[in-house]
Design a protein around this ligand. Structure first.
Ligand code: R5P
Length: 328
C-alpha cells in the first residue's frame, strides 16, 4: 500500500502584470520565454480597481510584477488586489515583484507622530497573501526586515557600473556619494571601478519642507576629475543637481550621475536638463516617458536581471550568486 498520494503536477511559473508599466513585465516575460497570464483589469467609476485572471492559477508559482510609478497609490492597491485574487485562486506561492519598493523612503520616524509607511506596505503585502518580495535597490536595506518572509534584494550597481566602465574608461574617475546614506554603496562602486577614489557630499535636509535640501559640502578629492554621483533614486533631482554644483565649485572636470530609480517627479527633468551634468544613467524600474527622455539620459533595462532572479527563485537556485560579491 502506498504511503501517500503522489502528485503528477510539476511547478508552474506564471507571470502577472500590473498596469503600472506593462512593457517592463513583457520584457521580463520575453527574457523568461513565457507570456503574461491574461487578466481583466479595470477601474470602476469611483476609482476602485478590479482584477480577474482569465486562466486557472491553482497550484502555480505566481510572480506579480508591478512598477510603482504615478499614480503610485493606485498601482500599489492594484498589486494588493492581484495578490488577493491569486491567494483566493489557490496559487501555491506568491512573489510580489516591485522593482521600486513603494514608500521606501518612509522607513523610520524622523519626528513624533509620523508613520513608518515602508513597514505598513510590507504588512499589507503579507496580509494580502504574498509569500515573498523581489525588489531592486531599497532606499535602505533594513526595509527587508519589515516583511515577514523572504525578500530578494537585487542590485543595479553592476549594470550601471558596467556602463560607466565602458563609456568613461579613459577618465580619472571619482565616485561620489551625494549624502552619508550612500557612502557604503559608493565603496562598492569604487571596488567595481578598480579602486578609484571616493568623495561624499554632506547634505542637510530641511525637516519641515519635504524635498528641500538646505546645505552641501564636499569631502574628498574631486578637482580635475570626472565625478560619478551615485544614488538609489532621482525624485525631484534636487540632491544630484545640488551635488553637481558643489562638485563643479570644487573644481570637478565633469559630472555624471548613476541612479537606479528614475522617479523624475517635477521639476527633475527641467533641473537635470538645465544642469551641467553630462550624462544621467538610470534603469527602467520605473517608466520614463518620451517627454522625460532628455538627450543626456541613458536608460538601461532591468528586465534581464529581474528575469534571472525570478528563474533562480522558481528553480530554488541562488539569487545571491547573481552578484558575485557586489551585494551587501
Ligand atoms: C535620499 O536619501 C535618497 O537617497 C535620494 O538622494 C533622494 O531620494 C533623491 O531625491 P531628490 O531627487 O528629490 O533630491
Amino acid at each position: 500500500m502506498s504511503s501517500g498520494l503522489k502528485s503528477p503536477t510539476r511547478k508552474n511559473l506564471m507571470l502577472f502584470s500590473g498596469r503600472g508599466f506593462p512593457a517592463l513585465t513583457s520584457q521580463i516575460a520575453a527574457e523568461l520565454g513565457i507570456t503574461c497570464t491574461p487578466a481583466s483589469q479595470y477601474d470602476f467609476p469611483n476609482g476602485e480597481v478590479y482584477v480577474r485572471y482569465e486562466e486557472s492559477v491553482r497550484g502555480c508559482d505566481a510572480f506579480v510584477v508591478q512598477s510603482m510609478t504615478t499614480p503610485i497609490n493606485k498601482w500599489f492597491v492594484e498589486s494588493l488586489v492581484m495578490v488577493d485574487a491569486l491567494k483566493r485562486g489557490s496559487a501555491k506561492r506568491i512573489t510580489v515583484v516591485v522593482p521600486y519598493y513603494p514608500y521606501s523612503r518612509q522607513d523610520k520616524k524622523q519626528r513624533g507622530r509620523e508613520p513608518i509607511s515602508a513597514r505598513l506596505v510590507a504588512d499589507l503585502y503579507k496580509t494580502a497573501g504574498a509569500d515573498r518580495i523581489l525588489t531592486v535597490d531599497l532606499h535602505t536595506s533594513q526595509v527587508m526586515g519589515f516583511f515577514d518572509g523572504p525578500v530578494d534584494h537585487l542590485f543595479a550597481m553592476p549594470l550601471l557600473a558596467a556602463h560607466m566602465h565602458k563609456t568613461y574608461a579613459d577618465r580619472e574617475l571619482t565616485v561620489v556619494a551625494p549624502d552619508s546614506g550612500r557612502v557604503r554603496l559608493a565603496e562598492r562602486w569604487t571596488d567595481r571601478l578598480g579602486g578609484c577614489p571616493l568623495a561624499f557630499i554632506h547634505k542637510t535636509r530641511d525637516p519641515v519642507r519635504p524635498g528641500k535640501v538646505s546645505a552641501h559640502r564636499v569631502v574628498g578629492d574631486v578637482a580635475d576629475r570626472t565625478c560619478i554621483i551615485i544614488d538609489d533614486e532621482i525624485q525631484t533631482g534636487g540632491t544630484v543637481v545640488a551635488a553637481a554644483d558643489v562638485l563643479f565649485d570644487a573644481g570637478a572636470a565633469d559630472v555624471i550621475v548613476a541612479a537606479t530609480h528614475g522617479v523624475l517627479a517635477d521639476p527633475a527633468v527641467e533641473s537635470l536638463k538645465n544642469s551641467r551634468i553630462r550624462e544621467v544613467v538610470l534603469t527602467d524600474t520605473l517608466p520614463i516617458s518620451p517627454e522625460q527622455m532628455l538627450d543626456k539620459l541613458t536608460v538601461l533595462s532591468i528586465a534581464p536581471l529581474v528575469a534571472t532572479a525570478i528563474r533562480e527563485i522558481f528553480e530554488d537556485g541562488s539569487v545571491t550568486s547573481l552578484f558575485d560579491g557586489a551585494a551587501g
